[in-house]
Unconditional design. Structure first.
Ligand code: ATP
Ligand code: MG
Lengths: 525, 358
């Protein structure tokens, strides 16, 4: 069965039902889509079929071409070959811009949040969609408030978007998309910055839309989520179609094998990393009563070679804690010692001078410089640490860049490619490489595996543990508790801006962590 | 964490946006400056007419500053507005002198149309070049400026005066405000006067304010200036939006030319020289960011008022040389921009902290 599909994926319909009936249920057909970028064949003769009332997962490794397929569909990119048909529209769908796509009933949440930070939440939800020259913003605000309430989004309609957290912005983008009377809803990694509660809310919404006959395209790197909501899976690899499968017929391991293009047997090599407990006793970093404009005073210390983590729901203050350590927010008090010596860290530069590295949560805002090449982005932090007056040799830079492109499996045409043209997951890897390269004594990673595919995720976990063995201290934050449990030997649990527990050793189990987050632990801090 | 309790208290007042904050600073500074001038320098400053003259004398500047605010919010720039004023003044003067009909109403109407048509032509041309051919706005409008100045000189190298009676009548028409007047030495009541141009300028401010705030185009301009790529993805026709922002600025510049002529019915080749720079300065002082996406015409109005007040204060002080004016305006602009960036970066740090709760 599998093999037949792999060889002849084109125009394949579920055999259990009549092809004619299926044909009627199809809302969107993309045939033979190709898209070339300079140096990359992003899509090569790809077919995609979406039916009414189905949730269709689009899967593939970083750089497989998922986002490109979506952007071709919504008119962001023109296609080099192929055709797109939408139910109810005769002939080739007339989509040349995102505006056309909206008018044709396709609403989209793009991978990178594409909202305007200087407008209000309500404006972001309704701009570009209103009729007539004059907009009744009062009315829009009312409608926006209703949507915000129904989706439980913690934002106000009149709030400026730039003052919302990443997760809220993501929810606003979703709120905008689901509000339209759409035929097709496209969600490109909508869950990468959401926590469990929000994800389940989103899934409820998706099922609701599905029952109303909307066809949903869903991209994610969380396999459990795929199996929780999807009906069908299309797999892409290196810009080519691998096949389309009903979820029930594609077990998780097989899906991974198809995404990576490996045999099932080869996957044995992907054994999970084992967490490692540091034997050293030297404290590398220690804070007492550290507080910032965004974080209440807290104590914290980390030993040489230790991997620890902050966990808690979104908004619990885990990112604020590490931002305070790195001096990324305004520090309002506290004592800090680095390797036993009292120091002052009030801005990122000082933190870097004391050997602290920090991979921020929001790559678009704090990390990536889109127009610079992959190499320059990787070199950046090291260059800052060395000082601009001691420039690196070109050959040295190239060697570093090569090493990490290989190690992290960064998919790029060359070192000179501007980072902005890499796929989302590969951009994330570039920033990760930047910090790994500096070899700090103490590295803080805030959601380092966001948007990164399964294979590479395990690779990164293993890398972190290897660095710890080489005596680097690491603080790791991830929304996936499982990932934290696999890497951290100590977990600090946070709730509502307070530390509510610290788990080590045998306490490090999923159940225990959940319990502490939910309120089983002692309240202090 | 308060931000995580949304819907419940959505009626709560929103914190000031950057644009509003910058605007309030501009208004505050103007009030302080003017009040201290009234107190310290007394005399002329105490007359309300002096205040109204700020509008009378700077009506054209107010209008082009609004034009600049619109394009700057959209992430662009237009340095041809001064040139367009010059060309409009010259063209209208020549028209009134040589080919206008005797009937005053018709003549005035045609003059208005001519002024607007010149502005519109420049706006369409520049908007097309910038938005559809994607040429740098600075370069396009620099070319527009040279073109306008060149055409002005072609029309006449020598200064010309408007003598047309119909137009002269228009120039002399002023809104009399008796209750702001004063009693002269001979016992006559002298009303305070507001020129038509000043009224037009204030109407333009109101219209642009409404346009930016309530229309689809207006919000689109903010979106495009804030993040072009996102605006595109949000389904905004980015090119058309930026095109219209240039058309609006062109038409406003034409109107400003007419208003300029109504204040001083004469033209020469270097009329309104450098006024585009004053307009940019006024916009910035009023809180419009050169980077786009942030701004407000009410702030811009006060930006003009601040520049005009500086001019007046220095003009009435012992330092009434033009370089003192320039230096004071320059210093003011410098202080302002520093103040803005300090405030914004402090807010930015706080805002970031708030935004990254996760
Ligand atoms: N604007 C662009 N210019 C040049 N190359 C591009 C551009 N956009 C994408 N690419 C290339 O096309 C390929 C596919 O990218 P795409 O963003 O579709 O991947 P993806 O499957 O969405 O990956 P991810 O899971 O990381 O989001 C990548 O190799 C990428 O480098
Ligand atoms: Mg993608």
């Amino acid at each position: 069965m599998e093999n037949i599909r792999d060889e002849a994926p084109r125009l394949f319909y579920d055999t259990t039902e009549g092809a004619a009936r299926m044909q009627n249920d199809v809302v969107l057909t993309m045939r033979g889509i190709s898209k070339l970028f300079p140096g990359t064949r992003a899509l090569d003769n790809v077919d995609f079929t979406l039916r009414r009332g189905e949730i269709h997962a689009l899967m593939g490794e970083n750089g497989a071409g998922k986002s490109t397929l979506i952007k071709v569909l919504t008119g962001v990119y023109g296609k080099d070959a192929g055709s797109i048909h939408i139910e109810g529209i005769e002939g080739e769908a007339p989509i040349h811009s995102p505006q056309d796509a909206q008018n044709a009933g396709i609403s989209t949440v793009y991978q990178e949040i594409t909202l305007c930070p200087n407008l209000t939440v309500a404006e972001n939800m309704f701009i570009g969609r209103t009729d007539g020259a004059i907009v009744n913003w009062k009315d829009c605000e009312k409608k926006a408030t209703a949507i915000l309430e129904s989706l439980n989004i913690p934002a106000r309609a009149k709030q400026e978007l730039s003052s919302c957290s990443l997760a809220v912005q993501q929810m606003v983008a979703i709120g905008r998309a689901v509000d339209m009377n759409c035929k097709v809803l496209v969600l490109d990694e909508p869950t990468s910055s959401l926590d469990e509660q929000e994800v389940s809310m989103l899934f409820k919404l998706m099922r609701d839309l599905k029952s109303r006959g909307v066809g949903i395209v869903f991209v994610t790197h969380f396999l459990e989520q795929v199996y929780e909501v999807s009906d069908r899976i299309t797999v892409l690899r290196n810009g080519k179609l691998v096949g389309e499968y009903p979820v029930a017929e594609l077990p998780q391991l097989e899906l991974v094998a198809k995404m990576m293009g490996k045999d099932l047997n080869d996957l044995e090599g992907l054994e999970k990393a084992d967490r490692h407990t540091s034997a050293a006793t030297e404290t590398v970093y220690e804070a007492e009563g550290l507080s910032s404009t965004a974080r209440r005073p807290f104590d914290f210390r980390i030993r040489r070679g230790e991997v620890n983590g902050f966990t808690g729901l979104l908004g619990s203050g885990r990112s604020e804690s590490v931002r305070a350590i790195f001096g990324a927010d305004r520090i309002t008090g506290g004592k800090v010692r680095v390797r036993g010596k009292a120091v002052k860290i009030t801005n990122p530069h000082e933190a870097m001078k004391h050997g602290i590295g920090y991979l921020p949560e929001d790559r678009k805002r704090d990390g990536i410089i889109a127009d610079l090449s992959v190499r320059d982005n990787i070199i950046l932090a090291l260059q800052v640490m060395r000082g601009f007056f001691r420039p690196m040799k070109r050959s040295e830079m190239e060697a570093f860049a090569d090493e990490y492109i290989k190690e992290l499996n960064i998919k790029t045409a060359s070192q000179n490619t501007p980072v902005g043209s890499l796929s989302g997951g590969n951009q994330q890897k570039v920033i990760l490489a930047r910090w790994l390269l500096t070899h700090p004594d103490y590295l803080i990673l805030d959601e380092p595996t966001r948007g990164i595919d399964v294979g590479t995720k395990l690779e990164i976990q293993r890398l972190v543990l290897k660095l710890a063995e080489e005596n680097m201290s690491v603080t790791f934050i991830s929304s996936e508790i499982e990932e934290m449990l696999r890497t951290c030997s100590r977990l600090i649990v946070m709730r509502d801006g307070n530390t509510v527990g610290e788990l080590t050793g045998d306490e490090l189990t999923q159940a225990h962590v959940m319990e502490t987050i939910a309120g089983g632990g002692v309240q202090h801090g | 964490m308060t931000t995580v309790q949304p819907a419940l208290n959505h009626r709560r007042r929103e914190p000031l946006s950057d644009a509003t904050l910058l605007m309030l600073i501009a208004i505050g500074i103007f009030l302080v400056m003017y009040a201290s001038a009234v107190i310290l320098m007394g005399g002329a400053f105490q007359k309300p007419q002096q205040f109204l003259d700020l509008f009378n004398e700077n009506a054209a500047l107010i209008i082009i500053a609004c034009a600049l605010t619109v394009v700057m919010i959209g992430g662009g720039i237009n340095i041809s507005v001064g040139g367009i004023i010059g060309l409009t003044c010259m063209a209208c003067t020549k028209f009134l002198e040589y080919s206008a009909p005797q009937n005053s109403v018709v003549a005035v109407l045609l003059t208005v149309l001519l002024a607007l048509a010149i502005g519109l032509a420049f706006g369409l041309f520049e908007g097309f070049m910038v938005s559809y051919l994607e040429i740098q706005p600075f370069i396009v409008t620099l070319a527009g400026m040279f073109l306008a100045r060149g055409l002005t000189t072609i029309l006449s190298v020598n200064p010309v005066k408007v003598t047309h009676e119909g137009f002269q009548a228009l120039v002399k028409t002023k809104l009399q405000i008796p209750w702001l007047g004063y009693v002269a030495k001979n016992g006559n009541l002298i009303s305070a006067k507001l020129e038509i141009g000043a009224i037009v300028a204030l109407l333009v401010v109101a219209a642009v304010w409404l346009m930016l705030r309530y229309t689809k185009l207006g919000r689109g301009i903010y979106a495009v200036g804030g993040n072009r790529q996102s605006a595109l993805m949000l389904g905004i026709n980015v090119k058309r939006t930026s095109f219209w922002s240039y058309v609006i600025s062109g038409v406003l510049a034409g109107l400003a030319g007419l208003v300029f002529l109504m204040h001083k019915p004469a033209a020469n080749a270097s009329i309104a020289m450098r006024s585009e720079m004053d307009a940019i300065a006024a916009s910035i002082i009023g809180g419009t960011l050169l980077t786009g996406g942030v701004g407000n015409v009410i702030g811009t109005l006060f930006g003009v008022m601040i520049l005009a007040a500086i001019q007046k204060i220095i003009g009435l002080s012992p330092l009434n040389e033009s370089w003192w004016q320039d230096m004071a305006s320059g210093a003011m602009l410098g202080i302002f921009i520093m103040l803005q960036s300090v405030i914004l970066s402090r807010r930015g740090k706080r805002g970031k902290a708030e935004a990254s709760k996760g």
